[in-house]
Design a protein around this ligand. Structure first.
Ligand code: ADP
Ligand code: MG
Length: 245
């Protein structure tokens, strides 16, 4: 479903991803864990082609992109981006649009859906994240947890093949983080495919099927999440997990 093979990404002289291999099965959730600066965000951004790796290959559904050092074709980028939804640490909602407006935006603007159809779909998604009653609220009128749930609904609007979440609970107090974890856990139960970069052990342990530990741009260990968290094979994994809250 998603396969990243031998991904190399450099920023100038800095090699941020060093032949990274990660696969995510359809309907499964992979947690990317690792210290700050290990390359988690960059790897997610390679999946939706917000970054272009120098080498390696991305398979996303029927799409195969081989990286050669030149940017992929515009059409390829467009097709890949349409199959991904992204959720950011700091929500990144449009402040001047309501919750409903935020979720409708890409359907109306990018996919050119008729207004009424986009509205119905957006309401359905707000319902799914438990926020139908906040459809007309602006982001500033919502808690952080509610804003992130709107952001998740927005990312799901175009029915992406994969939901990419970059530290989705890191900006939230534990209590508000929990409501986001619960929404992501529900999506996981429904068979959504996700890659989640996170420091949140509760999130990783309760939502992910697989876990990948990155360190300095390299995969240290990749295993079923339960196994990686309870019985890591590598000393570096054990040490890293002991630092997580
Ligand atoms: P993580 O998400 O695991 O904290 P990142 O993927 O954000 O790690 O960053 C990995 C490394 O790449 C870090 O050393 C970071 O400073 C560097 N980096 C990330 N984005 C850029 C960029 N646009 N330009 C230069 N260096 C970057
Ligand atoms: Mg990051």
């Amino acid at each position: 479903m998603i396969r990243l093979t031998d991904i190399v990404k450099r920023f100038g002289d800095l090699e941020v991803l060093r032949r990274v291999n990660v696969s995510v099965r359809e309907g499964s959730v992979t947690a990317l864990i690792g210290p700050s600066g290990s390359g988690k965000s960059t790897l997610l951004r390679c999946v939706n082609l917000l970054e272009f790796p120098e080498a390696g290959e991305l398979v996303l559904g029927e799409e195969t992109v081989r990286f050669t050092g030149r940017p992929p074709e515009r059409e390829t980028i467009r097709r890949v981006r349409r199959q991904t939804g992204m959720v950011f640490q700091n929500f990144q909602l449009f402040p001047h649009r309501t919750a409903l407006g935020n979720v409708m935006e890409s359907l109306v603007v990018v996919l050119k859906w008729p207004e009424a159809q986009a509205r119905a779909r957006a309401l359905e998604l707000l319902e799914k994240v438990g926020l139908a009653h906040k459809a007309d609220a602006f982001p500033a009128q919502l808690s952080g947890g509610q804003q992130q749930r709107v952001a998740i609904a927005r990312a799901l609007a175009s029915s992406p093949r994969v939901l990419l979440c970059d530290e989705p609970t890191s900006a939230l107090d534990p209590e508000l983080a929990l409501e986001v974890v619960e929404v992501l856990a529900q999506l996981a139960r429904e068979g959504s495919t996700m890659m989640i970069a996170t420091h949140d052990l509760r999130l990783a342990a309760s939502v992910a099927h697989e876990a990948v530990l990155l360190e300095a741009g390299e995969v240290v260990e990749s295993a079923p999440a339960r196994e990686l968290f309870t019985n890591p094979k590598h000393e570096r994994t054990r040490r890293f997990i002991s630092t997580l809250g």
